[in-house]
Structure formats: structure tokens, C-alpha cells
Design a protein around this ligand. Structure first.
Ligand SMILES: Cc1cc2nc3c(=O)[nH]c(=O)nc-3n(C[C@H](O)[C@H](O)[C@H](O)COP(=O)(O)O)c2cc1C
Length: 184
């Protein structure tokens, strides 16, 4: 644990692989994406878009098929799968938005915190086939995926297959402040 006490929501958030079969309501999904939408962004451009699917629907299956084998086994139990997309150019003037990926990351952070505030946990993933995602979502040149994510209520780690079961129990660690903060 950290030397300094932080906000309970930040302390509570983590990236599980074991999800329960409790569905996430459409209302909660909309609240979670609203949480993302209130993130800061360069020129308030909000260069993010989210595409999601609920478990048990063809949309979920189409997104799941974009995941790499390392993420497919445990995500099949998630209640929601989503892709976070970035828009590369400013809507206002067509110039390149160099901070687009940063801003999508910030929105994702808010999304995860909004979710965990109601006991819904999120797990972001870079392990997906970006080409397949682009094809599946028919993205134009100006849009590309930043990451995928799984959402759901916590499940039982014992239900996971290896190596996910062991990974679920590994202690979470963070670098000490001295390694990444400098006071001038
Ligand atoms: C952009 C991004 C990509 C990630 N890709 C994967 C992934 O493909 N598979 C996976 O199991 N976890 C993935 N993770 C989760 C990280 O491994 C996890 O956030 C990190 O180990 C810290 O753990 P915590 O979120 O529980 O604090 C990813 C996280 C981020 C932010």
C-alpha cells in the first residue's frame, strides 16, 4: 500500500479478470460514459468515441472477436465490452490534435472511477487486433482505437482458468514517489 492515504475511489479501483454474471444496466453504462465525457480535453475537443456491447448480444461478440487470445478467456464473462476511439483531427479546424490519445486516456480514467463508484470494475486492454477493430467498426481514416475495455461486477477468482487465476491474486505494486516525482 502507498505511504500516503489517497481518495477511497482511487484506492478501490483495480483491474480484475473475474467478473460475476450480474448484468450492468443500460442506465449505469450511460452514467459511466457520462463520467468519461466530463474529462478535461485540449480545446474541449472531447476527441473520444466509445462503442460498446452488452454480454449476450451480437455486438458484444463482435467486439470480443477483436481481442487477442490472452484476453479472450476471461473477458467472455464481462458484462460489457467497449472500444475507446480517438479522433485525430480537431473538428473545429481539421488540424492534427496531438493530444487526442492523452485526452482519451483521461476520459478512460474517469470512466473507471465513475464505474467503481457503483461497484462496477473496469479492465482496459491493449491486447486486441486494431486492424480487425477498424474493420469491424468501419472506422474512417480520422478515427482509430486507443484501447478496449471490459466492465462488470466482481466475480470469484476461483472460477478463472490459469494463468489468469494466479494473476488475479498477485499483489498490486506501484513505484515510490521518489522514482517519478521531482521537486525543483
Ligand atoms: C492502455 C492499457 C492497456 C492494457 N492492456 C491490458 C491487456 O491487454 N490485458 C490485461 O490483462 N491487462 C491490460 N491492462 C491492465 C494493466 O495490466 C493494469 O492496469 C496494471 O497492471 C495495473 O493494475 P491495476 O489496474 O489493477 O492497478 C492494460 C491497461 C492499460 C491502461
Amino acid at each position: 500500500m502507498s505511504k500516503y492515504k489517497i481518495h477511497p475511489l482511487l484506492e478501490k479501483r483495480w483491474s480484475p479478470r473475474a467478473f460475476s454474471d450480474k448484468p450492468v444496466t443500460e442506465e449505469d453504462v450511460n452514467k459511466i460514459f457520462t463520467g468519461a465525457s466530463w474529462a478535461a480535453s485540449a480545446r474541449n475537443e472531447q476527441p473520444w468515441k466509445y462503442v460498446y456491447g452488452l454480454k449476450g448480444t451480437p455486438g458484444f461478440d463482435r467486439l470480443w472477436e477483436c481481442l487477442l487470445p490472452g484476453n479472450q478467456p476471461w473477458t467472455k464473462n464481462a458484462a460489457v465490452l467497449f472500444v475507446a476511439l480517438q479522433r485525430h483531427t480537431f473538428e473545429s479546424n481539421g488540424k492534427t490534435n496531438k493530444k487526442a490519445m492523452h485526452d482519451v486516456g483521461l476520459a478512460n480514467a474517469q470512466l473507471l472511477l465513475q464505474a467503481v463508484s457503483v461497484d462496477i470494475y473496469g479492465h482496459l486492454m491493449a491486447g486486441y487486433d486494431a486492424g480487425k477493430a477498424k474493420e469491424t467498426l468501419r472506422l474512417n481514416e480520422d478515427m482509430s482505437p486507443v484501447c478496449m475495455g471490459a466492465l462488470g461486477y466482481l466475480g470469484d477468482a476461483n472460477d478463472l482458468e490459469e494463468p489468469f487465476k494466479s494473476r488475479e491474486r498477485e499483489p498490486r505494486t506501484r513505484k515510490p514517489l521518489e522514482e517519478f516525482v521531482t521537486k525543483l
